[in-house]
Design a protein around this ligand. Structure first.
Ligand code: OAD
Length: 231
């Protein structure tokens, strides 16, 4: 049966109370990307970077999945083919909403990563500078999130999924960050139909076959209902 690949961004978690990056008053209006989301920023001021991600981790832990996360989990359960969810989000709301095997291409706040030996472990609620790696004892623990200038995770698997997709949907993402912003082209080249569900048209909205505008908690459950009726 037909494979669906779904890319999600910060907009899907907005109605769970987690701020987006580029909307008015978003995270990138409050913080400089080069300070908190680059490897160079972490070398310069690791305490600042930990403070930024610690605050986001605490906030994400309190957030509840919304109707959009739950609808995608329902699509995964009830669609007769494979439904692959790729997210740029570092929260765990897809999983909390019941989704399986979510690909976190930008990493996750729940993880810690040793910058020296690449060992991974569950992050404590508050990470601090000098925390030793449980494997090699180096004091180089960092959040297991992908920063600008770093390669997103699981790209081979994602491109394989896109090559086999019959439908590609991008939900709640502004389409300004690559490589995710180019997934619509990859999918279209493989013959997939493409749909964007977003509050406002994204930068690349004209690249999609269909665009559905509105808040994710309304558009996504409705779209999932339509998909399941039309199968
Ligand atoms: P952005 O903040 O760039 O975009 C969020 C999108 O969600 C915008 O297009 C909004 O219109 C839309 N949106 C807001 N509220 C919504 C709602 N209730 N329902 C539906 N859509 C809504 O976030 P991303 O596109 O996810 O990367 O950003 C991509 C990457 O840039 C992030 O993963 C992060 C960031 O820098 C790294 O930090 C590496």
């Amino acid at each position: 049966m037909e494979k669906i690949v779904i890319l999600t961004g910060a907009g899907i978690s907005a109605e769970s109370g987690l701020g987006t990056f580029r909307d008015e008053g978003g995270l990138w209006a409050q913080h400089r990307i080069e300070d908190v989301a680059t490897p160079e920023g972490f070398v310069r001021d690791p305490a600042l970077v930990h403070r930024f991600y610690n605050a986001r981790r605490v906030q994400a832990a309190k957030a509840q999945p919304n109707a959009a996360h739950e609808a995608l989990a329902r699509l995964q359960r009830d669609w007769p083919g494979e439904v692959v969810i790729v997210t740029q989000n570092v929260d765990s709301l897809h999983e909390a909403g019941g989704a399986q095997d979510v690909i976190h291409m930008h990493g996750t706040l729940a993880g810690a990563l040793c910058a020296a030996c690449d060992h991974r472990w569950t992050a404590p609620p508050e990470m601090s500078v000098g925390e030793p790696c449980p494997a090699c004892a180096a004091a180089t623990a960092r959040p297991d999130v992908v920063w600008f200038g770093e390669m997103p995770y699981q790209m081979d698997a994602i491109y394989n999924h896109l090559a086999g997709a019959r439908l590609f949907a991008a939900i709640g993402t502004s389409g300004q960050v690559y490589p995710a912003a180019a997934f619509v082209h990859e999918a279209a080249m493989s013959g997939a139909r493409t749909v964007e569900l977003n509050l406002d048209p994204s930068t690349g909205a004209s690249s999609f076959d269909d665009v559905v505008l509105g808040p994710a908690t309304e558009t996504v459950p409705r779209w999932v209902d339509q998909m399941l009726i039309s199968q």
